[in-house]
Every structure is written in structure tokens, then in C-alpha cells.
Design a protein around this ligand. Structure first.
Ligand SMILES: O=C(O)CCC(=O)C(=O)O
Ligand SMILES: [Fe+2]
Length: 292
């Protein structure tokens, strides 16, 4: 068949204008891994989370202006934890994650909680500014666990885009959806506005909840990451700008859910992940695929 002839869209259909929106809507950078810990470790960790049911407490939020801790807009169960092994896994993949996210600052410490979302579980739109030393450079990581078949519905993570407008920034109405799939982990800027949409859990069993190991990874807190003048565009300082009103005015001595900071070990040269350069596929001169 002949290709269709190209048509001109005339000024009747598209009149000229000197006015158009100059506010770009930019997606939050995300790096996600599937089969992160592998079936055996993920299964053991899930059993561990289920076995600690009695130790979970209702998760809290922090009002950035008043410093008040409440349950407003959130229904999640939380258990603060530390794990040297999980931190070592994080440390090994962080250089690659930082490359993918376009993240430039050093990261030195983590705070971690186990969470469970069951029937009616949700976590309203927020940033993770109350969890980290410097929201402009911190990274959030959420590792998901659940029984198979999945005993809950909903509970997706929404990561909002950022609108850049007249030197300022704000969360957009559009977002990217992350499915909370077993043994997957997602990394994103702690300054990104995000929310957990409501989950249902028809069995009502704690074991059927949507579990996470949620970690906030901080740098030294040396102020916003400012790019040198002619550096390529980076979304990080803009997202930090949008998150400004969620940054607590007073530094809290303790995390509002009791998560304890622990140092991030250096990446292990034997197990650290690296991004291998994309392979170039030789193109046959004739245009035909090469013989197998
Ligand atoms: O559970 C999730 O998907 C996100 C959790 C979260 O945003 C948080 O704990 O700060
Ligand atoms: Fe969060």
C-alpha cells in the first residue's frame, strides 16, 4: 500500500498565537527493581513481618508547622526496624540507583520501618521531608512484600509529577502509579509528593496485608543540591522547592514513628551493581537481519 500523503494543518484549525503554557510538568525520576531479594529471602522476610503482628503500631504524620504528630490522613501499621543485611543490599545498588535518578549527593544513613496496610489502609499525599536530614538530596526506597495470591486490593503508590512555573514548583495533578508487587523495590526522591491509595483486605487477616520495608536514605544535610551554572537540567532542586512547605520548621530529635538512623555501609566491590554500557547491535549493510 502507498503511504498516505502528508496534510497541512491550516491556520483555520490552528490559529497562530504568542501565548502557550510555559510550565513544564516533569515526572519524578524512579528506579525500580523486580525480584530484588529473591524468592527465598523475600519469603523469609514476609514471614518475619507477619510474626511481629503484635509489635506494630499505628503510623503517624508530622505537621511541618506545628511539629504536632497525629494520625491525620494515614491508616498504616508501622514497626521500626534495623537490618545490616538490608542496608548492605541498599548500599550495593545505590551507585546504580543514583546514576538512574540523576542524583549527585553523598548518602550516608538510613532509617527503616516495616509497614502493613490492610482493610482501609492508606497514606495521604505527602513528601518524606519529616524523615530525612535534607529533603533536597534524600532518597526514599519502598520494598514490597505480600502473600501469593495477593490478599489485598488497591494500595498502589502514586508518585506525583512536578509543575515548574515562574521559578517556583508545585506538585502536578498527574502521577505515575507503582504496583506494590512482591519482592520489588522502588527508589525516588524523598521530595516527591506521593500517596498510598486505599487498600482493601477481604479476609481481614493481618497476613494478607500489603507489607513494605520503607527506608529513607539521607546525606550529610549540607543544604539543597545546587547544580553549577551550565550543568544539564536536573529536577532535584525543583522538587525540593515544591516540597519546601512540607519541611518541618524545627528539627525533631526522633523520628515520629521511632525509626532509628543507622550508617550506610560502603558498597561492597564484590557485589555492587553497575550499569553496563548499552551494547551496540551491528546493523547489516543489506538491511536484512544477520543470519543466526
Ligand atoms: O507504602 C508505600 O508505598 C509508600 C510509603 C510511604 O510513602 C511512607 O511510608 O512514607
Ligand atoms: Fe512517604
Amino acid at each position: 500500500m502507498e503511504p498516505a500523503a502528508s496534510r497541512d494543518i491550516g491556520t483555520e484549525a490552528l490559529p497562530p498565537s504568542d501565548q502557550w503554557s510555559t510550565a513544564p510538568v516533569v515526572a519524578a525520576p524512579v528506579c525500580r527493581f523486580e525480584n530484588f531479594l529473591g524468592a527465598e529471602r523475600a519469603g523469609t522476610l514476609l514471614e518475619y513481618a507477619i510474626s511481629r503482628q503484635a509489635d506494630f503500631n499505628a503510623g503517624t504524620v508530622l505537621d511541618p508547622l506545628s511539629g504536632q504528630v497525629s494520625h491525620k490522613g494515614r491508616s498504616s501499621l508501622v514497626l521500626p526496624v534495623t537490618s545490616a543485611v538490608f542496608s548492605a543490599h541498599l548500599a550495593d545498588c545505590l551507585p546504580l540507583v543514583q546514576e538512574v535518578l540523576g542524583h549527585r549527593a553523598a548518602l550516608t544513613q538510613t532509617r527503616t520501618v516495616l509497614t502493613a496496610h490492610g482493610e482501609g489502609g492508606h497514606y495521604g499525599m505527602h513528601t518524606d521531608a519529616s524523615r530525612v536530614r535534607d529533603v533536597a538530596t534524600a532518597v526514599s526506597a519502598v520494598y514490597y512484600l505480600h502473600r501469593e495470591p495477593r490478599g489485598f486490593e488497591g494500595g498502589r503508590l502514586r508518585l506525583y509529577d512536578t509543575v515548574l512555573h515562574e521559578g517556583g514548583a508545585r506538585p502536578a495533578e498527574s502521577y505515575r502509579t507503582i504496583e506494590p508487587e512482591h519482592d520489588t523495590i522502588v527508589f525516588f526522591p524523598a521530595s516527591a509528593y506521593h500517596e498510598v491509595v486505599p487498600s482493601t483486605c477481604p479476609s481481614g487477616l493481618f497476613a494478607d496485608s500489603r507489607f513494605t520495608l520503607t527506608t529513607w536514605i539521607s546525606g550529610s544535610g549540607s543544604g539543597p543540591a545546587t547544580a553549577p551554572p551550565a550543568a544539564p537540567f536536573t529536577i532535584w532542586p525543583w522538587m525540593a522547592r515544591a516540597a519546601e512547605r512540607t519541611r518541618p520548621l524545627a528539627d525533631a530529635a526522633r523520628d515520629h514513628d521511632g525509626a532509628r538512623p543507622i550508617g550506610l555501609p560502603p558498597a561492597d566491590p564484590a557485589t555492587r551493581l553497575t550499569l553496563t554500557a548499552p551494547r551496540t547491535i551491528p546493523r547489516p549493510l543489506s538491511g536484512r537481519p544477520p543470519p543466526r
